[in-house]
Design a protein around this ligand. Structure first.
Ligand SMILES: [Zn+2]
Length: 101
């Protein structure tokens, strides 16, 4: 149901403004201060976002809090993060122009 889905999405968005999430985010960024996706392309970029890897939390409250997480920069999170969350295959290209495994 479209309405239930957006209600759930709104509920999850609220979790991002909790103190618990902010602590978790700071912890993740202190452990992994560089963007994981930029690093795949040999780019050193400070991470500012915490992304739910492994296809996202998909409304799973346990996954929301426990991860797995990766640190990403804002541009990576905005482009690749959303594609992953939609379940689309993400192909990453290396500096030589060939897709990475
Ligand atoms: Zn990045």
């Amino acid at each position: 149901m479209a309405d239930q889905r957006s209600d759930a999405a709104r509920a999850y968005r609220r979790l991002y403004s909790t103190a618990r999430w902010r602590r978790l985010r700071e912890h993740q960024l202190s452990l992994h201060p560089l963007c994981a996706w930029c690093q795949e392309m040999d780019i050193i970029e400070p991470a500012t976002e915490v992304h739910h890897s492994d296809g996202g939390h998909k409304g799973d409250i346990q996954k929301f809090w426990e991860g797995p997480f990766i640190s990403t920069c804002k541009p990576c999170h905005a482009s690749r993060g959303q594609r992953e969350d939609l379940g689309q295959t993400v192909v990453t290209f290396g500096p030589d122009g060939w897709p990475l495994e």
